[in-house]
Design a binder for this molecule. Sequence first.
Ligand code: AMP
Ligand code: FE
Ligand code: FE
Ligand code: ZN
Length: 285
Amino acid sequence: MRIDLHTHSAVSDGTDTPAGVVQAAAAAGLDVVALTDHDTTDGWAEAIASAPAGLTVVPGMELSCRWFPADGPPVSVHLLAYLFDPGAPELAAERQRLRAERLSRGERIVTALAADGHPVSWTRLVERSGGGVVGRPHVARALVDAGVVGSVDEAFAGLLHHTSPYYVAKADTDVLEGIALVRAAGGVPVFAHGLARSRGRVVGDAAIAAMAGAGLLGLEVDHPDHVPADRDLLRGLAGDLDLLTTGSSDYHGSNKTTPIAACTTDPDQYARLVSLGTGTTPATA
Ligand code: AMP
Ligand code: FE
Ligand code: FE
Ligand code: ZN
C-alpha cells in the first residue's frame, strides 16, 4: 500500500486541479492520497468526486501557523490537519482569516516589487489565481512570466526569500491554538516538515514537546526537504512523545520539481491516523 499524505492543488499554490492531483496520484500507483491545500477545504469535493476505483482520498489541509519562542521573533510553522469537520465554525473562521491575510500580504509584496520597476500586477495575479488561496509561488510565477527571474526557485532564493526587503510576514495562527482548533473539529494535527532548514528558521525539541502537550498527534518525518539525520531525529522524538509519523511528497505540480509520491507513509501509521480522525472519513470510490 502506497500512501502520500501531503499534496497541493491550484485551489492553493499547486498547479494541477484537484482532479489533476488525484489523476497524478493514480498514475504514480498510490493507493491513498491526501489533498492538503493551504488554509482551505475548497478542493475536497472535486478530489473525492474524481477519484478512480481503488484510490482513497483523505481530506486534509495545511494550516499556516507560527510558534512564539520565549525569546526572539515568531517562527513560521505549518500544521497539517486531517479528517476534521469542514463545518466546524471556529476552524472555518480561522482559515477564512488566514486567506484574507494572504491576500493583503500578497498585495503588499507585489505593490512593492512593482514600485521598484518589476513589471508585476496584483490584478493580473489575482485573476490567474482563479480565486484560490494566494501564496508566494503565485508571485514567483508572475516574476517568471515577466522575465524578472528565470525560475520559481530563483524567485524564492532572491526577491521572495524571507531575508529579502520585499518579504512580508503573515499574521499566521499561533500553532498551539491551531492544534486546539483542529482537535476541536475532530481532526488529526500533524506538524509539517518541522526540520526543513532550507526554508528558514526551525523550532527546537521543546517547541515540539509543547505542541504534543497541546494535542499534536503526529510528525511529518519523511519529507523531501528533510535530510536523513533530521528524519532520524524526528522519528526518535515521535517515539519519545508517542506521536505517529507520516511521509509525503508535498507535491505542488509544476511549481516545484518534487514528483508526487516522492516520500510515503507507513500503512500502520496511516491506520493509526485514520483511527484518530472523527470529523470526517477518507473517501474511497
Ligand atoms: P507562503 O505560504 O506564501 O509564504 O509561501 C510558501 C510556499 O511556497 C510553501 O507552500 C512552499 O511549499 C512554497 N515554496 C517554498 N520554497 C519554494 C520553492 N523554492 N519553489 C516553489 N515553491 C516553494
Ligand atoms: Fe505551498
Ligand atoms: Fe508547508
Ligand atoms: Zn505543503
